[in-house]
Design a protein around this ligand. Structure first.
Ligand code: ARG
Length: 460
């Protein structure tokens, strides 16, 4: 079948090259945005007197007909349709005859695809923001329940100081908020209209770019037509922001995997999200967080792919840009699915084992800093106090006991400034309660944060 290209072509494409060149198999995902952009363009052509108002209406109704065909799943793409833009135009000409041939007036696929992709991503960012909020809420629900549940805090994955479990979970809510901020910031730069830039240089026809931009809800227009058609930096920015989200998800995923192990036993996976082994009947595997952790690779890969695809490209449009789509689409799909899966995991997939957590924090030396702080309050210089407690820990380890097992008399042999008020300070609840510095894990501080997030996240 004949291509839409001009008559300068005499022979058909080599069939393999035809397929190699085509993007229709994946850019069909842009059909709704392509129709939105085309409708705005057709209206603008009518308003500017480039086509008649009746012709504009006919084009719009033809495009709406294609929209319903697409929604009902009956829109037929042809083997000869190179991409979604040609597919829509071909169908419009099928439906309307010669009038359909007026749609592409004053437009190129270069500004068209640039416009479609921005519209598509803008909507996805809004959707992702909702998903991120849902995930934050799923964490907040646990946090609210576990203000007074303690969990060992780690540095170097070695027991460091005990924490309110709520504080630990709120740390993820903070990261996710920055993720949301980043996406909203990217959206500001996505939300600029390239439409009307033409192939690269603008057009001699009296088009109105402000009108199409306003119709499509863009906040402004690209000021330079070359930049408009050859800029894909927003795909890189978005994929970078997506990569950071995946990093954050992977860290929680990794923690859940550790927590669900026999060695930690801090959480129990419910049947809703855990899977069995084909061989070992006792197994309950954390496939969900493992998959999320594993999916980081493809998102980071897309970031690298997009950067490499763009590097060194001369202005303006180059076919290399066609490669942006699968990377962007897969990034969005992976992110949506990972956020959904992690939300479900939090909502119904795990239960914190509070008994086990309580015994974990009561059976280590994570209250050592508190002894040093106690000595400091009694006038001992910190470095000296630190050394003294280090020696006590060493001898306790040799005797197989904990700091709280030492008697007052033994403590007074360590330092005469110690009195019996030290003993209560060693209790894990007290250790946590005392961390009252701003941003610390002290219950009162964490309670303030819970309130703050409850108000921000509008959850019940
Ligand atoms: N399918 C193409 C893409 O994704 C659309 C733009 C094609 N423009 C061109 N001059 N060949 O980039």
């Amino acid at each position: 079948m004949a291509k839409v290209w001009s008559d300068r072509f005499e022979k058909g494409l080599n069939p393999f090259i035809d397929r190699f060149n085509a993007s229709i198999e994946f850019d069909i995902a842009l059909i709704q945005e392509d129709l939105d952009g085309s409708i705005a363009h057709a209206r603008m052509l009518g308003r500017c007197g480039i086509i008649t108002p009746q012709e504009a209406l006919q084009l719009e109704s033809g495009l709406e007909k294609i929209r319903s065909e697409a929604c009902e799943g009956v829109f037929q793409k042809n083997l000869t349709d190179e991409d979604v833009h040609f597919a829509v135009e071909r169908r419009l000409i099928d439906l309307l005859g010669p009038i359909g041939k007026k749609l592409h007036t004053g437009r190129s696929r270069n500004d068209q695809v640039a416009c479609d992709l921005r519209l598509w991503l803008r909507a996805r960012i809004e959707h992702l923001d909702e998903k991120l909020e849902r995930f934050q809420i799923s964490l907040l629900v646990h946090a609210k329940k576990h203000l007074y549940t303690l969990i060992p805090g780690y540095t170097h994955l070695q027991r460091a100081q005990p924490l309110s479990l709520a504080h630990h979970l709120l740390a993820y809510i903070e990261m996710l908020q920055r993720d949301r901020d980043r996406l909203i910031d990217v959206k500001r730069r996505v939300n600029i209209s390239p439409l009307g830039a033409g192939a690269l240089a603008g057009t001699s026809l009296p088009i109105d770019r402000q009108y199409t931009a306003a119709e499509l809800g863009f906040s402004s227009i690209y000021k330079n037509s070359l930049d408009a058609v050859s800029d894909r930096d927003f795909t890189v920015e978005f994929t970078a922001a997506a990569s950071l989200i995946m990093v954050h998800l992977s860290r929680l995923a990794e923690e859940v995997i550790l927590w669900a192990s026999d060695e930690f036993s801090f959480v129990r996976l419910t049947d809703a999200c855990a899977t069995g082994s084909s061989l070992m009947p006792q197994k309950k595997n954390p496939d969900v967080p493992e998959l999320v952790r594993g999916k980081c690779g493809r998102v980071f890969g897309h970031l690298q792919g997009l950067l490499t695809m763009m590097k060194g490209l001369p202005l303006a449009y180059n076919k290399d840009f066609q490669e942006d789509k699968e990377a962007l689409f897969d990034t969005v799909l992976t992110l949506q699915a990972s956020l959904e899966a992690m939300s479900i995991l939090m909502e119904e997939g795990l239960v914190f084992c509070t008994d086990r957590l309580a015994s974990a924090v009561a059976s280590d030396f994570s209250n050592s800093t508190d002894v040093a702080d106690y000595l400091v309050a009694k006038g001992v210089p910190f470095r000296e106090a630190y050394q003294m407690v280090g020696r006590v820990v060493k001898s306790c380890l040799e005797d197989g006991i904990l700091l709280q097992d030492l008697s007052l008399q033994q403590w007074q042999e360590v330092s005469p400034v110690i009195s019996d008020d030290l003993l209560e300070k060693l209790v894990p609840q007290q250790v946590v309660a005392s961390r009252m510095s701003e941003g610390g894990t002290g219950f009162e501080r964490v309670a303030e944060q819970l309130k703050y997030w409850e108000a921000c996240l509008a959850c019940t």
